[in-house]
Design a protein around this ligand. Structure first.
Ligand SMILES: Nc1nc2c(ncn2[C@@H]2O[C@H](COP(=O)(O)OP(=O)(O)OP(=O)(O)O)[C@@H](O)[C@H]2O)c(=O)[nH]1
Ligand SMILES: [Mg+2]
Length: 264
């Protein structure tokens, strides 16, 4: 895929252009002000320019406080690319890749909606086994995020469980991944199936980031206790990030860590 990475994006140009216009406008105000002060009157022209400067300053403040924009990635600029049933169907995409892995129903798809700041883009369900294919999302033409089917859904037919595991392992083994987000329900910590996957990721030399989901279900004290237990049980290079897709907890931090990992 051809990517014009040297071209700045519109949102990257936005703050400097705004600053330039504000600077120009404020300088004109100052000149107008001096002239008017000299003549001792305020005309309509002056008031118009003053309101234009106020509007531009507000726009700039909104641009600076947009929490879904970190560094180079504008997260809401995400679109669904395609679903694939196994890694052999994977399209040739020249973007750094991250995968979202975890037990069935742990909150993978919900977390992706929260990360993208786009409600309903990724399909979620209260019934386990909702995501059954590898779903690919292009984030701002900077990043490819892959939503994986959940493992460990005991009530799914054995044949189907085997197919999901093969699909996940086949993909993880072949993909050129920058990072795997390893999702764990903060209340339960890692299950045997999670520990198996972690061992497998470690053996393959893949970098993984533990993400504790559904943090809204616990009080502050309980959260800290569970996070410590989680770290002790899993090891790993990166500390777990507590998140809640419902409340937006930890989402900014997670975006920042992902972007940092992309750059390293
Ligand atoms: N309280 C709470 N519930 C959540 C949160 N995130 C997800 N859920 C709920 O957990 C259930 C599963 O969410 P999904 O995002 O579909 O989980 P998944 O891991 O993608 O599930 P599979 O695709 O089946 O593997 C849904 O009922 C969600 O509403 C959260 O942050 N807090
Ligand atoms: Mg899902």
């Amino acid at each position: 895929m051809c990517k014009l990475s040297w071209l700045p994006k519109i949102h990257q140009l936005y703050p400097p252009i705004c600053l330039l216009v504000i600077y120009g406008s404020v300088s004109l105000q100052a000149m107008d002000g001096l002239l008017i002060f000299g003549r001792g009157l305020i005309n309509q022209h002056f008031l118009k320019r003053l309101s234009l400067a106020a509007v531009l300053i507000c726009c700039q403040l909104v641009g600076m406080t947009d929490s879904s924009r970190h560094g180079d990635i504008h997260w809401p600029n995400t679109h669904f690319l395609q679903s694939v049933a196994d890694s052999s169907q994977f399209p040739d995409i020249d973007l750094p890749q991250i995968a979202v892995a975890g037990h069935s129903n742990v909150g993978k798809s919900s977390l992706m909606n929260a990360l993208f700041g786009r409600k309903g883009l990724v399909k979620t369900s209260k019934n386990p086994g909702c995501t059954r294919l590898l779903n690919l999302f292009d984030v701002d033409a900077e990043l490819l995020v892959v939503d994986l089917p959940g493992y460990g859904y005991a009530r799914a037919p054995k044949k189907e469980q085997k197919r999901w595991i093969n699909m996940i392992e086949g993909y993880l083994a072949r993909a050129d991944l920058k990072l795997v987000l390893m999702l764990l329900d903060i209340r339960h910590g890692p299950k045997d199936s999670d520990l198996q996957l972690i061992e497998w990721l470690n053996e393959g030399g893949l970098r993984w980031l533990p993400v504790a989901t559904k943090a809204d279900k616990l009080s502050g004290n309980q959260r800290s206790k569970r996070l410590k237990e989680m770290t002790d049980a899993m090891g790993g290079m990166l500390s777990p990030i507590p998140t809640s897709s419902f409340k937006g907890t930890g989402i900014d931090k997670l975006r920042a860590v992902i972007e940092q990992e992309m750059r390293s």
